[in-house]
Structure formats: C-alpha cells, structure tokens
Design a protein around this ligand. Structure first.
Ligand SMILES: [Zn+2]
Ligand SMILES: [Zn+2]
Length: 57
C-alpha cells in the first residue's frame, strides 16, 4: 500500500502539476514514490529516495 502524499518533485521540491512531470516508485526499495518535474527530468537532475537514500538519474 502506497501512502498518498502530496506529490512533489523529489529534486527541487516543486509541486507536480502533472504536465511533463513523471512519477515512479523508487527502483531500490520500491516503497517511495519519486516525483520529477519536467525541468528536472530535462536536466537529468539527481533524485534521492527519502527512505533508502538511493540516488539516481
Ligand atoms: Zn524538479
Ligand atoms: Zn528507496
């Protein structure tokens, strides 16, 4: 069961309106939803899982 938190870009903290943004489960622990806004995705900004501290592009 996935907790439904307000979805925000994990990298820059901006709220994700959806347009161009993406969300996926942490590839490491699979328990945290990672959000990325269009800008951070475009610039390949790293994200970090707040739970397991996995970092990825
Ligand atoms: Zn962002
Ligand atoms: Zn994780």
């Amino acid at each position: 069961m996935i907790a439904r938190l307000e979805l925000r870009c994990t990298s820059c903290g901006r709220a994700l309106p959806g347009a161009g943004g993406t969300q996926f489960l942490c590839p490491s622990c699979g328990e945290v939803t990672i959000g990325r806004c269009a800008r951070c995705r475009d610039q390949s900004v790293k994200f970090r899982c707040p739970k397991c501290e996995f970092e990825g592009p």
